[in-house]
Design a protein around this ligand. Structure first.
Ligand SMILES: [Zn+2]
Length: 104
């Protein structure tokens, strides 16, 4: 039961098979076709390989991003100290303002 003209599996079908996105019935049909079709078998192997490579790269960049974020709080400390300085300055200003208001 192929919806497209080609007797072979569609690339999206191969992708979905690799990602586990097919229904059990579709998966069975796809696997049956792969078992008897060397051309689709090769395409499936290449899909799997490139998807794994992509996932590997993604994992690597995700890990780098996580590492960067973990290091960030330490890096942004000076800015936070500066912010607290500003808060203290504002509080002092408010206290001085209140003192002047009370006096005047
Ligand atoms: Zn085929």
């Amino acid at each position: 039961m192929n919806q497209d003209q080609s007797p072979h599996l569609a690339t999206t079908t191969l992708d979905e098979l690799h990602l586990g996105g097919l229904s059990p019935e579709e998966e069975q049909q796809a696997k049956a076709h792969l078992a008897e079709c060397p051309a689709c078998s090769r395409r499936m192997a290449s899909t799997t390989a490139s998807a794994d490579r992509y996932r590997e790269q993604l994992n690597q960049s995700t890990m780098e991003e996580i590492r960067r974020r973990l290091e960030q709080p330490r890096a942004s400390k000076p800015r936070r100290a500066w912010l607290w300085g500003l808060v203290a300055l504002a509080a002092t200003g408010a206290a001085v303002g209140a003192f002047l208001a009370l006096r005047g």
